[in-house]
Each structure stands twice: as C-alpha cells, then as structure tokens.
Design a protein around this ligand. Sequence first.
Ligand SMILES: NC(=O)c1ccc[n+]([C@@H]2O[C@H](COP(=O)([O-])OP(=O)(O)OC[C@H]3O[C@@H](n4cnc5c(N)ncnc54)[C@H](O)[C@@H]3O)[C@@H](O)[C@H]2O)c1
Ligand SMILES: O=C(O)C1=N[C@H](C(=O)O)CCC1
Length: 272
Amino acid sequence: MTQTVKIAVVGASGRMGRALISAVSQNPKTVLVGALEREGADTIGVDAHTLIGETANEIEVTADKDQALANADVIIDFTAPAATLAFADYAAQKGIAHIVGTTGMSADDDTKLAGFAEKTTIMKSGNMSMGVIMLSVLVERAAKALAAQDWDIEVLEMHHKHKVDAPSGTALLLGDAAAAGRGIDLADKSVRVRDGHTGAREEGSIGFATLRGGSVVGDHSVLFAGNGESITLSHRAEDRGIFARGAVNAAIWSVSQKPGLYSMRDVLGLND
Ligand SMILES: NC(=O)c1ccc[n+]([C@@H]2O[C@H](COP(=O)([O-])OP(=O)(O)OC[C@H]3O[C@@H](n4cnc5c(N)ncnc54)[C@H](O)[C@@H]3O)[C@@H](O)[C@H]2O)c1
Ligand SMILES: O=C(O)C1=N[C@H](C(=O)O)CCC1
C-alpha cells in the first residue's frame, strides 16, 4: 500500500489556503501535518480544520516555520513571491517537495526558484486546474496551425477585486503556450499595456488585457483574430477547489520525482 502523503499548507488562512486545507482533508491519499501563516495573522492558534467549518483535528495555524513544515513530505504554497522564495530555500535545505501556485513572480524570482530546484522537487504553475492546462494545449496547437495565416493573438482575463498581480499567472501561461505554438519567446513579443496613441498593432505580438472586479474566481479567453473571422478559446473557474485539487494531485505526484523544476503538464503526463 502507498504511504499517505504528509502536506503542509503555507498561507493557510488565505482564500487558496482554506481551499487547500479542504482539498487535503477530502483526499484519502493525503493528510495535513502543518498550517503556516505570517507572523501577526489573526488566525494564529486557530485549528486549521475549523477555518473550513470542519471538526478540529489538532493542526493549529502557526507562524513557526519548523513546527509547521518539519514533518511534511510536501509544502503547498499559494502566498506571495518573497514568501515563496523563502519557502523554496527552506524546502531545498530539508529535501521537502514544493508545490508553488504563487503568481506575480519576476524573471529573477524564477531564476532563483530554478536554483532551489537543483536540490528538491518544485512544481510551479500559474494555474493548477485541469481545464486551464487542457486549454493551454489547445492554444498552443491553434497558434501553431494559424501561424502561417498570421492571425493576431490576444489574451483577456478577469479576476476578483482583491487580486494584486497582473497579468494573471494563467494569462502568462496561456501567452507562453501561444508563443510556443508560434515558435517565439513571449518576453520578446508580449504587449502587456496599451494606453493613448499606441500606433497600429505590431505584427506577431501577443497582447494582454486585464479586468478586475467583484468576486470573479478567474475567467480567461485567448482570441485569435483573423481577416474577417475570429476564434475564442475560453475557461471559467467557478470554484477555487479546481486549483486546490490540482495542487494536491501535484503534491501526491511530486513525492516520487527527482529534484527539478516541473510544470502541471509534467504532472498530467502531457510532456511524455
Ligand atoms: N496557480 C493557481 O492555480 C492559483 C490559483 C489561485 C490563486 N493563485 C495565486 O495564489 C496566491 C494567493 O492567492 P489568494 O487569493 O489565496 O491570496 P490571499 O491573500 O487570500 O492569501 C495569501 C495568504 O498567504 C499568507 N502569507 C503571505 N506571506 C506569508 C508568509 N511569509 N508566511 C506565511 N503566510 C504568508 C497571507 O497572510 C495570506 O493569508 C496569489 O499569488 C494568487 O495569484 C494561484
Ligand atoms: O485568484 C487568483 O489570484 C488567481 N490566480 C491565478 C492566476 O494569477 O492566474 C489563477 C486564477 C486565480
């Protein structure tokens, strides 16, 4: 019989932290062994399962990193860029796998993360839902198929009013998929803001548009605009459970992987 995977959730009382505690508790292959929050958070000392309306089970939210993480096989981390780099350092030193959902990380942050991945297994994805990863595969194929016909590609996203980074990690993941289909580097071709007299659209660019408001969990569309016709490929997240379940599946997968930096396509076997 395979062993139960011991999981610590960091950012435990955030929107995703609560969804993760719930997903870990619902998965028969995983158990919650730690719940970490930042110093001063008002949930410190609260039982993690009571945060999601379940019966207390003795895992208290703590700001003590060693207490929360020491017994974990895997850390699941949907927090903020600086915190994620600190957790990656800790995970690399202790040989704990690290599942990173945090978005808004810079290119420099990603380079540091790749360095930590030489010592432990890190899986990072701007979106952990099955639907978005499938959408990214379709976007890559469409971008490749339409490249010769010179269709313009635009990525549109909308999220709740509390979101602090833009474009979303998902929009960038979809932009990367489109760029891969085109055989180009997104960093060289992306247009992330338009304002004022911008001039005509640069041929071959990939544009981004960001909307924020209300409680929207996450809407993404990739538009392929041709001459006299257009195609839109879309995904709508209705519940944060889709991201949390994807992260928990990635955590189960991660314990049998060698050190390295992986993506959700690796978890789903789409790179084999
Ligand atoms: N990859 C995905 O599938 C996916 C899905 C949803 C959200 N996200 C990303 O996850 C991140 C969190 O989103 P959210 O909506 O849950 O935000 P949130 O603000 O509700 O939660 C973040 C939590 O992290 C905690 N935190 C910050 N620094 C910490 C530290 N040093 N130690 C411990 N805890 C710390 C905060 O106190 C907060 O409770 C964002 O970057 C978001 O874009 C990714
Ligand atoms: O709520 C958020 O924040 C989300 N972040 C991810 C992103 O940046 O794409 C995934 C969707 C929800």
